[in-house]
Write a new protein. Structure first.
Length: 114
């Protein structure tokens, strides 16, 4: 499984960004997919997760502001981020949860200025 994330950038507080993750590999459309983030000096944390059937779960810190979705036909996962805050600044990683292991993309940087 290979994952490639896109869409990071610099945005002002209150703004929006949409991250995309293109997945390839056998069975990827059946895997739960997730977005994690890692801020400088902090541990990587789960932001949002979506199952193959579309069930979702969010970290409390982003619930109501972020929306994860997936297009199984194109093996792409999205993270729509609205009402961004400076504390959302981090490198965002796409994740695919395989049967035996997790797969990670290369990360895309999001910077939110105050």
């Amino acid at each position: 499984v290979q994952l490639q994330a896109f869409g990071g950038g610099l945005v002002q507080a209150g703004g929006s960004l949409r991250l995309s993750c293109a997945a390839s590999g056998s069975g990827v459309s059946y895997n739960p997919m997730a977005w994690y983030r890692q801020a400088p000096g902090k541990q990587r944390e789960l932001v949002a997760i979506i199952t193959s059937s579309g069930s979702t779960n969010y970290a409390d810190s982003v619930s109501g502001r972020f929306t994860i979705s997936r297009d199984n036909a194109n093996n792409t996962v999205y993270l729509q981020m609205n009402s961004l805050k400076p504390e959302d600044t981090a490198v965002y990683y796409c994740n695919s949860k395989g049967i035996y292991r997790d797969y990670w993309g290369q990360g895309t940087e999001v910077t939110v200025s105050s």
